[in-house]
Ligand binder design. Sequence first.
Ligand code: ADP
Ligand code: MG
Length: 565
Amino acid sequence: MKFNELQLTDEVLRAVEDMGFVETTEIQARSIPLIKSGIDIIGKSNTGTGKTAAFGIPAIESISREKNGVEVLILCPTRELAMQACDEIKKFSRYMSWVKPCAVYGGANMDRQIIELKRGANLVVGTPGRVMDHMRRRTLKLHNLKMIILDEADEMLNMGFREDIECILQDIPEERQTILFSATMPPAILAITNQYQNNPELIKIDQKYRTVDTIEQYYFEVPSGMKTEAMQYLLLAYEPKASMIFCNTKKMVDELTDALTGKGFKACGLHGDMKQAQRSFVMDKFKSGKINILIATDVAARGIDVSGVDVVFNYDLPQDNEYYIHRIGRTGRAGKSGSAYTLISNRKQIYELRALSKYIKADIVEKELPEKSEIINNKMQKLVTKITAASEQPLREEAEIILSILNKEGYSPEEIAGILINLRLNKEFRNIPEFELPKVKKYSPKHSGGKLTKEKASKIEISAGKLHRIAPNFILGALVEATGMPGRSFGKIEIFEKYSTVEVPEADLEFVVDAMDNTKINGKKVSVKLCERKPSEKSLRHGSGSRRNDHSRRKNQGGYHRKRK
Ligand code: ADP
Ligand code: MG
């Protein structure tokens, strides 16, 4: 459907045209007429589907030309989203001088917001906490409110805004229109809907319209501890124009930002511990292209809409499937294509990724990390293309320099050209980390089927023991994580002073040794090999229930051994 089939006012149509919108998205085509008809709406639709216009356009059209105070209130989960929605609404209403949007959010100057509210704001976009603040101070009066919109309602609840939201909903006039948008419909949302909406109509956008369909998704297996280097490889190999990298923690955002800027990448971090001014500063730098890599946590980046993000990286696999969708939804906005790359660093994550792929009904394809030589070749190739495409003739001064080098120093033209190319590329090559990524071996249960049979057990020796505060469950955890094999595949685990042994299925011996070598257990990097010791030393056994290492406590070992027979 086209916008001009929606019976919008001329002012809105002109603004929409200015913005380059022609076709509506599905949620827009379905919500705009219903909201205009005055009924309550529940919109279930994913990120990147154009919800701001879906509610923003009917919202501005509902505002009267008389000075009636605040008529529309829009609640958003974060300051960034509030600012973004307000900016977009300002664009839609640019030919409607009587519409006065105003954004209010925490972490920003209260007085300035008060001045703006006093100047006759009639459409307020804000975060629930700050809206409550203004209501308490009576700087925001809502007795004339005609429409309230809850944008990303599920996320607002996740962020602990439930009480504030209910407080606001109870305080505003009962005769009003209540619009709610949410990507998911947990019971808490339905409860709000039941209590505060009036016969709402549900608009559900079919999964198949999810924007993730236009995003190519890949994953890379990278040994843990090498993800930062892998990240550099990927950035150098794909050279995204603008990319976002997601980490699961604020600490990781800071560390990765330091690591990448240290290598000369134009990157900035974004997370909830940063002051509002800092966050706006970072967003502006990213939007204007002064930096082209934004490293963020999920909450900080929720819903952020920057056009032209061509690649999203999941440095950490997200803890929640919906987070994955939100993350990769930062690229491929409004029908454009994009790519998403996910780093995974252990077997367990492969299973998580498979479950994720099923959940989103899309393929996530394995890819090999590019080799250093590939990256170099690519850059060479690009330079050659640039040189051959350039049609400039050397200037007189340049020609003179070349001639003087040729005459004086006895270089050949090839040598001069070679030196210039080297000078130019050296700087870029310095960025490529010096390391070989070990190829990760894959576990295929064709050998033992993950079963341990008495006759076919071998023992491996791991270079961590009592001395390193290792307990059997640490080892079992590390084994399962590194190999992806079920816990029951492993037999007796014995902890000695400086090392430990584990029974593993003979058929998987080589695989287990490979997968475990150089991994970390309880923070200690371990080496793993086939155990060739005689089974004479005594130890703590897996599943014995005893915490003690009897090897170092010979005096106390009697009772323990009797129990074990
Ligand atoms: P959501 O809130 O569902 O995540 P947004 O409202 O932020 O989505 O819109 C995502 C992007 O798509 C924005 O950049 C917006 O300007 C753009 N957009 C929205 N509707 C259209 C449309 N009909 N045609 C083209 N671009 C659109
Ligand atoms: Mg939105």
